[in-house]
Design a protein around this ligand. Structure first.
Ligand code: FNR
Length: 189
C-alpha cells in the first residue's frame, strides 16, 4: 500500500487540521498509509545549521524520501498557509542538489472553523509545491469547514455525505500516486 508523509501545518494540541488529517488517515486505511511527520521541532531555516544539521531536519528528510507521496494539511493564517510548512519545505529542498521533495506526488487540503475552508491558504501553498518539484494533484479540492458533529469520538467520519466526499478524494489521491510515481527499480519494489 502506498505510504503518504503527512505534514500538518498547525502545531497546537487541539488543531482541527490535525484531527481532520487523522480522520482521513483512518478512512483511507485500506488504500493509503498515512505517516505523520513531526515539524514542530524543526528550527527556523538557517544555512549555518548545516555545519551540524539538526536531527529533526535529517529525520524529516528521511521520512519524505521513504514515502511514496506527501500530503499538506494547512490551516489558513491571514489568508496564507502555515509558516511551519514553509519552514519544513525550505529545509527539505537543501542541501543544494539534495531536494527531498523532487518528483513526489503531492496534495493539499485544509480546514477552518468558518465556511472558506482555508481556500486562500491552500492556494498560496500550491505554487510553491510545483517550484520545489512535487507533482501536485489539482483536483478534487478540499476546502473543508470543520464541524465536530461530522465526526465520531474515535475520529471516524460519521456524516454520510462527508464520508462519501472524502472517500472520493482518497480514491483520487491513490490513483494520482499510482499514475505519477516514478517507476521503481527492481531493488526498490
Ligand atoms: C487565523 N484564522 C483564520 N481563519 C480563516 O479562515 N482565514 C484566515 O485568514 C485566518 N487567519 C488566522 C490567523 C491567525 C494568526 C490565526 C491563529 C488564526 C483562524 C483559523 O482558521 C483557526 O484558528 C483554525 O482553528 C486554525 O487551525 P487549527 O490550528 O485548528 O488546525
Amino acid at each position: 500500500m502506498p505510504t503518504v508523509a503527512v505534514f500538518v501545518g498547525s502545531l497546537r494540541k487541539d488543531s482541527i487540521n490535525r484531527k481532520f488529517a487523522q480522520s482521513i488517515g483512518k478512512l483511507a486505511g485500506d488504500r493509503l498509509t498515512f505517516r505523520f511527520v513531526e515539524i514542530g521541532d524543526i528550527p527556523l531555516y538557517n544555512e549555518d545549521l548545516w555545519a551540524n544539521p539538526p536531527e529533526s531536519v535529517l529525520r524529516m528528510k528521511r521520512e519524505i524520501e521513504a514515502a511514496d507521496a506527501v500530503l499538506f494539511v494547512t490551516p489558513e493564517y491571514n489568508r496564507y498557509f502555515s509558516p511551519a510548512i514553509k519552514n519544513a519545505i525550505d529545509w527539505g529542498t537543501r542541501p543544494w542538489g539534495k531536494n527531498s521533495w523532487s518528483t513526489k506526488p503531492s496534495a493539499v487540503i485544509g480546514a477552518t472553523p468558518g465556511a472558506t475552508g482555508a481556500s486562500a491558504g491552500q492556494n498560496s501553498l500550491k505554487g510553491l509545491l510545483t517550484v520545489v518539484d512535487t507533482v501536485l494533484m489539482g483536483q478534487p479540492e478540499v476546502y473543508f469547514q470543520y464541524k465536530p458533529e461530522l465526526f465520531g469520538e474515535d475520529g471516524s467520519v460519521t456524516d454520510a455525505a462527508t464520508r462519501d466526499f472524502l472517500n472520493k478524494w482518497v480514491d483520487r489521491f491513490a490513483a494520482w500516486i499510482e499514475r505519477t510515481s516514478e517507476p521503481k527499480t527492481r531493488a526498490q519494489a
